[in-house]
Ligand binder design. Structure first.
Ligand code: PXP
Length: 399
């Protein structure tokens, strides 16, 4: 049951706080504590409100940083049998948290995460005020939880692979030779991309056979060839020998890949492609919606990777819908890892939504195309205009 975070700060303070980030921190904490099926309410308040609560419920007329109110405390015994499992409420004063962050030399975000951990442990019965031994136990538990949620990825950084299809889209719009995705791939690598992705579509609407063969020669990192399970393309893939083949469903009429593969409907066909590729030492990734049945089928078929389709997450119309899709992706990624699959993710990721997916422990690599090429077009436009102005405005008739 996801955490609900209520922001009761006065209007001037509200905008400062990314409540959804803390919903995710709190949800992760609940998972770490094995209490994910419990509801938790976190209320963000100012000093005035937390002082009033402190006065009313604890007889202490002073501000404080965090107050926890367990749901079952003092409740009738009958409540314990309720089907609703609620841990209780945590109130956090953001004003105090910000002051403490300054004194401690940490970020407000780090301080609030600590306060969340502290408040949650109080709800679970830990109490540092009971004795010095309780103080030690609670402090140790706090440290352990904080390092678990902070270090879930360890030192392993998520890699960024760039899809350069849309450089080819611009080229194909004119049917000439530029911009060249081969040159674009080299620039992406210079900027630190960990891999280059291209989708050789049956209709050759952007990437051409020539691109794929040349890219095989020029890519210094990893070449990920996206493709439908189509005989003609399979032949090309075997000839090219990419570092990874990502199988995607492909429909001629679609604007872009619209959904994940339905493995249950085409186990045999996909299984054969995996075997063919693997016998040429080409590992296969399957592009899947975050659905456990599909992931289990991918493991059964012997895929090396799954690439989780982040499109529904990226296109979600509301925050709530996006949070739901995020949870599906998170558990699908963990599930895939638990079955021995390696995990990539992509589609529709942009500068606003990529970080949360990149932070998932199980995800090794993101494949991002459109958002990066779109930003390149706009961020490079000013220089492109200046360069052309220079030519046009300094031109003289030269005899
Ligand atoms: N992954 C797969 C399997 C895709 O088909 C695409 C789109 O070509 C991407 C990632 C990249 O998506 P986007 O261009 O939206 O970043």
């Amino acid at each position: 049951m996801p955490t609900t975070i209520t922001n009761l700060l006065p209007a001037s303070g509200k905008g400062f706080f990314d409540t959804r980030r803390y919903t995710r921190v709190a949800d992760r904490l609940l998972k770490e504590l094995g209490a994910f099926e419990y509801g938790l309410s976190v209320v963000l308040v100012d000093d005035q409100r937390i002082q009033a609560l402190n006065r009313q419920y604890r007889n202490r007329d002073s501000t404080t940083n965090v107050l926890s109110f367990p749901f079952n405390e003092g409740a009738q015994a009958a409540l314990a049998g309720l089907p609703v499992q609620e841990l209780g409420d945590i109130f956090i004063s953001l004003e105090t948290a910000a002051r403490e962050a300054q004194t401690l030399g940490c970020s407000v975000r780090q301080r609030v995460s600590w306060l969340l951990v502290h408040g949650l442990l109080h709800l679970l019965g830990y109490d540092h005020e009971r004795s010095s031994e309780d103080h030690r136990i609670m402090a140790e538990k706090e440290q352990e939880l904080l390092s678990r949620i902070n270090d879930r990825r360890g030192n392993i950084m998520t890699r960024l692979a760039i899809n350069v299809d849309h450089i080819a889209t611009i080229r194909q719009a004119r049917g000439i030779s530029e911009p060249d995705p081969v040159a674009a791939a080299a620039i992406c690598e210079l900027a630190g991309a960990a891999g280059i992705v291209v989708h050789l579509r049956e209709d050759r609407r952007h990437i051409q056979d020539r691109d794929v063969f040349l890219l095989r020669e020029t890519i210094k990192t990893k070449m990920n060839l996206e493709m439908g399970a189509n005989e003609e393309i399979i032949k090309i893939a075997l000839e090219v020998g990419p570092d990874l083949v990502t199988l995607v469903p492909e429909k001629r009429q679609e604007l872009t890949t619209e959904g994940g593969l339905d493995l249950l409907a085409q186990k045999e066909k996909i299984g054969k492609v995996i075997d063919t590729m693997q016998s040429s030492a080409i590992p296969v990734s399957l592009f899947l919606d975050p659905e456990p049945k599909q992931i289990a089928a991918a493991a059964e078929l012997g895929a090396t990777f799954v690439e989780l389709h982040t499109g529904r997450y990226a296109d979600a119309a509301t925050d709530q819908e996006q949070d739901e899709e995020f949870l599906l992706l998170e558990s699908a990624a963990d599930y895939a890892l638990s079955l021995g699959l390696r995990v990539n993710a992509g589609h529709g990721l942009n500068y606003q939504n990529a970080a949360d997916i990149a932070a998932l422990e199980a995800v090794e690599e993101l494949s991002i195309g459109h958002a990066i090429i779109a930003r390149a077009a706009l961020s490079g436009l000013e220089k492109a205009v200046r360069d052309m102005r220079e030519i046009v405005e300094t031109a003289v008739f030269d005899l």
